[in-house]
Design a protein around this ligand. Structure first.
Ligand code: CA
Length: 231
């Protein structure tokens, strides 16, 4: 039998902690649930897990400090849990090195999708990068810098392609606005979030994505963008 991936859940709200434990154990994960940051850091360092799910509002430590502390010795995937109106907290957590976030309340399918993508990132760290992104009729060849829609090459400007490539390399995970601006336009562009809105709109047009009901490029309000998980 395969070894179960082990997840440390650091969450002080008993109902959410119980929900996570039940839902994840049913999915075949092994769960250590703890109610505070200090215990979470301690057991994660003593016995490194495959993934950490971290609530940002803990009684003993600020979530960002927890991420900072863990990132000093580990690249383990971290998914943070936060409330709906905590966009700046989520962005700060991602900038500190969290992999992704879930906004409370969340359902099991969203939870499973985030975990699957984060665990894949965790197991891939020693392997070469993905060379192709594929979902339904869209293919992005990251080596040749080519994009195909229904098998037909689409022409893109270098900026449109760079934006799509950053999202494709992190497919399934959120990429913050400042990371996109920094990577595509350079570190002096971090304030220019209107570039992003314009280019995401162009990108959606080129790949035939409906901005009102996107199938590929999802907006994460106040945080960034997420390209659909590859097939
Ligand atoms: Ca809490």
């Amino acid at each position: 039998m395969a070894i179960k991936p082990r997840i440390v859940v650091i969450e002080d709200e008993p109902e959410i902690s119980r929900f996570l434990k039940t839902a994840l154990e049913a999915q075949g994960y092994s769960i250590n649930a703890v109610p505070d940051a200090k215990t979470g850091i301690k057991i994660s360092s003593a016995h490194p897990p495959d993934l950490i799910i971290l609530d940002l509002g803990l009684p003993d430590m600020d979530g960002k400090s927890v991420i900072k502390s863990i990132r000093e010795w580990s690249q383990v995937p971290i998914i943070v849990l936060s409330a709906r109106d905590q966009e700046t907290e989520k962005v700060a957590a991602l900038e500190m090195g969290a992999d992704d976030y879930l906004t409370k309340p969340f359902g099991t399918s969203e939870l499973q999708a985030r975990i699957r993508v984060a665990l894949r990132r965790g197991s891939r760290k020693e392997q070469p990068e993905e060379q192709k992104y594929m979902f339904e009729s869209l293919t992005v060849d990251l080596l040749k810098r080519e994009v195909f829609l229904k098998g037909k090459a689409i022409s893109m400007t270098p900026t449109e392609y760079d934006l799509l490539a950053v999202l494709a390399r992190k497919a399934g995970r959120v990429v913050t606005q400042s990371e996109l601006l920094r990577t595509v336009w350079g570190k002096n562009a971090e304030e220019n979030d209107h570039y992003l809105r314009i280019y995401v709109q162009r990108l959606r047009q080129k790949i035939g994505d409906d901005p009102l009901n996107p199938q590929y490029v999802f907006t994460e309000p106040g945080v960034g963008y997420r390209l659909r998980e590859a097939e």
